[in-house]
Write a protein that binds this ligand. Sequence first.
Ligand code: SIN
Ligand code: FE2
Length: 217
Amino acid sequence: MDLFDDLPMEPEAVALAPGALLLRAFALEEAAALWQVTEAVLAQVALRHMQTPGGHTMSVATASCGALGWVSDARGYRYAAQDPQSGQPWPAMPERLLDLARRAAAAAGFENFQPQACLINQYVPGAKLSLHQDRDEQDLSSPIVSLSLGLPAVFLFGGPERSQRPQRHRLVHGDVVVWGGPTRLAFHGVAPLQEGEHALLGRKRINLTFRRVNPVP
Ligand code: SIN
Ligand code: FE2
């Protein structure tokens, strides 16, 4: 048995690069409450496997909440005020999620983060996200804030070029990653999810990314 198995996870900040921080266990204490509000959102909006402009079906299932939601189809990637599947606005971003995103951004040095979109990604074992940049937002002065819930995953964090070999960091339930400023356009992705069973979420990982789309007026 690992001697350290019984130790509680202590919050810890790990610098990945200038402007990029892994805030280990930042949301751990409130993770159950964050999952509860996320489940309430997912009762109002369907997770779906979107098509990429290249014609592939994503292995990750996605939905959004907030004023804007991220969508992908044959026409490209974009943000939209309505869910194209239902024709309805996306569910509102719960205050509890917004508050977490703002505190995490501030802890990483990005004050007054005002996200408009929260993308909810669901990974089941085998699902992955290839290296990509988050560049569908016009506002690049705001960071990306990412909250991980459920099964652990290996987060890939590279540089400004796809060819740069990414760092690999294990993200677990309650971890938060913030990247912005000089690393706002860093390539990143998620390695294929390993089999497992999480005590609260079961056989899946949920990642929420908070994004500012339009420049703050
Ligand atoms: C993303 O890049 O949108 C999600 C990253 C993650 O799932 O950790
Ligand atoms: Fe991304």
